[in-house]
Design a protein. Structure first.
Length: 228
């Protein structure tokens, strides 16, 4: 074990002292906590030690954030690499490690180190989809560390599991006049594909509302396109 990995493991143990080490895991998949979704995934969850690609056509972030929270609730660790730099830290649960890299290369390097550390059950990469040899390196790191690796990306074709989600409709809380006011939940369709496997499921997820979401942190991009 390299010195850097050993030091990283020590930091992870210090940051998440109550989590079960991955060496004591008893399953070969990471359940998302959404029964309808786990039902269409091979072996009932996201595969450990493999690379999964989730096409970002709607609701991918919400579903994977729920999967991270579910992993933590089961006593394991989860990490999210925010290469898009759009996650507001004030609305992020402290139980899931949030990494904000400065560049795409930094994102992939951070992912490899975290995967090799063996400290996480689930690692999600948003905004820095690996390609070519990068997929091989990260898959190898995931296999060594025993984590389920998911990238929110439309590619590559070499992913062992390919998923896509689409928003179908919203359910609204209406005003006294009957007009739509606040979205309560959204119905999504998720399709899972792997050689010899092609299934889909429709289910509802709650809609989270974050007021002043992007005005609290100066380093986040302003969705209005205004200079900060």
């Amino acid at each position: 074990m390299s010195t850097s990995i050993a030091a990283l493991r020590a930091l992870i143990e210090q940051r998440f002292p109550d989590a079960t080490p991955l060496t004591q895991r008893t399953t070969e998949q990471v359940e998302t906590g959404i029964s309808a979704l786990d039902g269409i995934l091979p072996n009932g969850g996201l595969p450990r030690g493999r690379f999964s690609a989730w096409a970002p056509f709607g609701a991918a972030t919400a579903i994977l954030r729920a999967a991270c929270d579910s992993a933590v609730d089961k006593g394991e660790r989860a990490a999210w690499i925010d290469s898009d730099n759009i996650v507001a830290g004030a609305f992020w649960t402290d139980t899931v490690l949030l990494v904000r890299p400065k560049s795409r290369i930094h994102a992939l390097r951070a992912a490899e180190e975290l995967l090799r550390s063996g400290g996480f059950a689930l690692l999600v990469i948003a905004g820095a989809g690996p390609q070519g040899t990068e997929v091989k390196r990260l898959t190898s790191a995931a296999h060594i560390g025993g984590a389920a690796l998911v990238a929110i990306t439309s590619g590559p074709a070499s992913a062992s599991l390919r998923l896509e989600s689409r928003l179908l409709r919203y359910r609204w809380r209406r005003t006294p006049f009957g007009d739509p006011a606040i979205a309560q939940d959204a119905t999504v369709r998720v399709r899972a594909r792997t050689p010899g496997w092609n299934r889909h499921a429709d289910f509802s997820i709650p809609v989270r509302h974050h007021e002043l979401r992007l005005s609290l942190e100066s380093e986040l991009a302003d969705r209005r396109g205004l200079p900060r």
